[in-house]
Design a protein around this ligand. Structure first.
Ligand SMILES: Nc1ncnc2c1ncn2[C@@H]1O[C@H](COP(=O)(O)OP(=O)(O)OP(=O)(O)O)[C@@H](O)[C@H]1O
Ligand SMILES: [Mg+2]
Length: 603
């Protein structure tokens, strides 16, 4: 972000124009060229019309002197004028009703696809960074219309420049000072508009915290997850009135400079009209004395008008361009977000996907900008071993898993897989080893079948899919759904059915089972699942994973006790290691936690 701040606004504008035009070119070359050509035709069309009108008027006056004989030239010019109008009308319809829509549609597709490509490959660290999240939110808010509008504004500015230059050059033979004076006359308006743009931009910047808060409040007032509590705690009124206050605040700060701009506008308009009037008046004698024709005079007047109006349009377009510029910049900033976890281009690939050995060697890690939450952790997991991690909330259990997936790199120490450093591995190869259920697992509003089969898209096996559902204890509730395995889930779609929290978790577990990976990592897999179902699930896990690796994180000691090795984490450090029996014998932290939980049942 810093580097873009160093470049001037104009520099940034030019960079963004180049980038957007490149994207537009990529999106649809034909439509891009046609839009460009149409816009440029639009730039010179008013001048051609004026010129034809000049010729027409002169012929008309000439015909008057010939006692009213309508010559072929006069007729021809008359016809030409209307033929050109018809063409222009058709062009307008074609351009705005068809071409621009096609162009916008194609452009939007490309922009959205590029963004989706980038976002889906982004490092986890970016997703967990509030600043980046903010940036992404800003991009999402308006890239689909701001970027196409930005491109359109660019074309319009170019067209205005085209009209302006043509009118200027045409007026030169009348004396260079005439178009120059006209240009000077439009400067006050240009200046005022630029000043207003700057003020409104700074007002906009001032209001960013308020706008952020506004969009957050309106967000939580709409989302089912938050509105439930807001209603029960009766916080609705308070939040709505806070929104109103914020809106009023923003409105007041926008209104003032706008009113000032409007009230100051009459000065430049008066200057412009005065100069225009004087220049026209100055030419009058030459017309009356017959030095120039009435047609030429009309043409002269309309060229002066063109200079004024093209400048007016240009300032309007430029200020819009300026407004979109920052957002357009955000879009490309997201696309340019760097890879934080740099994967080796020709990383190591294991030939055989079999239960691996895993080793953490003196690993320390802190989230970006934060303190270490994993401190000098070392442990080893042998192929086929069942490994459990326990510890209080915030001890660092989930973080260890994130490191194992290389969502982040450790600050110190190494993680070895089959003796190879994780940094040396090709990640898509490593991920083939692992099936997982995250603590904050995903709920896909897809069908049951798709939810499970996402676990392994390389294989399509309905039999296995149903087995996975059975092992996860999901088959029972699936059988009761109207469309069984083809049932769409979630409330996002009309035909979707909502599941209970535990049912969702079973489904996510089935997804992990479906992959049949040699290493299964479960982070609180049964936190929402009832005790009977949990026992059945762990029976299955013990069977299916007998010769495979299992890494289990759980607060429920009943499911942890059969692990070959248990580590106890506290504040990011391993404080105990051993089997259940070892640790019970030691009678320290693990034993105390175990007994506390057990006493709750036995009391
Ligand atoms: N994305 C993040 N950014 C910054 N800090 C984080 C992030 N995620 C977790 N932390 C911090 O790291 C520490 C360890 O968190 P972690 O999620 O690993 O705990 P945990 O042992 O899995 O806890 P729980 O039992 O509640 O799931 C916590 O102090 C937490 O505040
Ligand atoms: Mg956790």
């Amino acid at each position: 972000m810093e580097s873009t701040q160093k470049i001037s606004i104009v520099g940034q504008l030019l960079i963004n124009i180049r980038r957007t035009l490149k994207v537009a070119w990529k999106a649809d070359r034909k439509a891009f060229l046609l839009v460009a050509i149409m816009t440029l035709i639009g730039a010179v069309a008013p001048i051609i019309f004026s010129y034809i009108y000049q010729l027409f008027l002169d012929q008309l006056i000439f015909a008057q002197s010939k006692l009213g004989i309508i010559s072929a030239t006069l007729l021809g010019l008359f016809a030409l004028r209307y033929i050109l109008r018809a063409i222009d009308n058709f062009k307008a319809v074609y351009q705005y009703q068809y071409l621009e829509r096609v162009f916008r549609y194609r452009l939007e597709n490309t922009l959205t696809l590029e963004l989706a490509k980038k976002l889906s490959s982004l490092d986890m660290a970016h997703f967990e960074n509030p600043e980046t999240q903010n940036l992404i939110r800003k991009v999402r808010e308006g890239y689909t219309w701001r970027i196409p509008n930005f491109i359109q504004n660019t074309f319009f500015v170019l067209a205005s420049i085209g009209t302006f230059v043509s009118a200027f050059v045409i007026l030169l033979p009348f004396g260079w000072w005439i178009p120059t004076t006209m240009v000077v006359a439009v400067i006050p308006r240009f200046w005022l508009r630029t000043k207003y743009s700057k003020i409104s931009w700074s007002v906009f910047n001032q209001n960013i915290p308020e706008s952020k808060e506004l969009s957050y409040i309106s967000d939580i007032l709409e989302k089912p997850a938050t509105i439930k509590e807001i209603r029960i705690f009766q916080a609705r009124e308070a939040l709505l009135s806070k929104m109103e206050t914020l809106y009023t605040h923003i409105f007041e700060s926008i209104k003032k400079p706008l009113a000032k701009f409007i009230s100051a506008l009459y000065v430049p308009i008066a200057v412009e009209l005065l100069v225009l009037g004087l220049l026209v008046y100055y030419r009058l004698p030459t017309v009356v004395s017959g030095v120039i024709t009435i047609g030429a005079f009309t043409f002269f007047v309309s060229m002066l008008d063109q200079i004024a109006s093209s400048t007016r349009e240009m300032t309007g377009e430029l200020s819009e361009l300026y407004e979109h510029n920052l957002y357009v910049g955000y879009y490309f900033e997201v696309l340019a977000l760097p890879r934080l976890v740099a994967e080796k281009k020709h990383g190591h690939r294991f030939k055989e996907i079999v239960p691996p050995s895993i080793e953490f060697q003196n690993v320390s890690f802190g989230y970006p900008g934060g303190p270490h939450v994993i401190r000098n952790v070392s442990f080893a997991i042998k192929p086929g071993e069942h490994f459990a991690i326990v510890g209080q909330n915030g001890a660092g259990k989930t973080t260890l898993i994130k490191l194992l997936f290389r969502f982040y790199d450790p600050d110190e120490g190494n993680i070895l897989i089959n003796g190879k450093n994780l940094r040396e591995l090709k990640l898509d190869n490593w991920y083939k080893f692992v099936g997982t259920l995250f603590q904050d697992f995903a709920k896909f509003s897809l069908t049951i079948k798709e939810n499970i089969m996402l676990g392994n898209t390389r294989e399509h096996n309905e039999q296995k899919m149903k087995e996975a559902a059975h092992k996860a204890g999901a088959d029972e509730f699936i059988a009761k759904l109207p469309r069984k395995y083809d049932q769409r889930l979630g409330t996002a779609f009309e035909d979707g059915v909502e599941l209970s929290q535990g049912q969702w978790q079973k489904l996510a577990l089935a997804r992990a089972f479906y992959e049949e990976a040699p290493l299964l990592i479960l982070d609180e897999p049964t936190s929402a699942i009832d005790a009977e179902a949990e026992a059945a699930i762990f029976d299955h896990i013990d069977k299916i994973y007998e010769n495979k690796n299992l890494v289990l994180i759980s607060h429920r000691f009943s499911s942890v006790r059969s692990a070959d090795t248990i580590i106890v984490l506290r504040d990011g450090r391993i404080i105990e290691t051993g089997t259940h029996n070892d640790l019970m014998k030691k009678d320290t932290t693990y034993a105390r936690m175990f007994k506390t939980q057990a006493s709750g049942y036995l009391a």
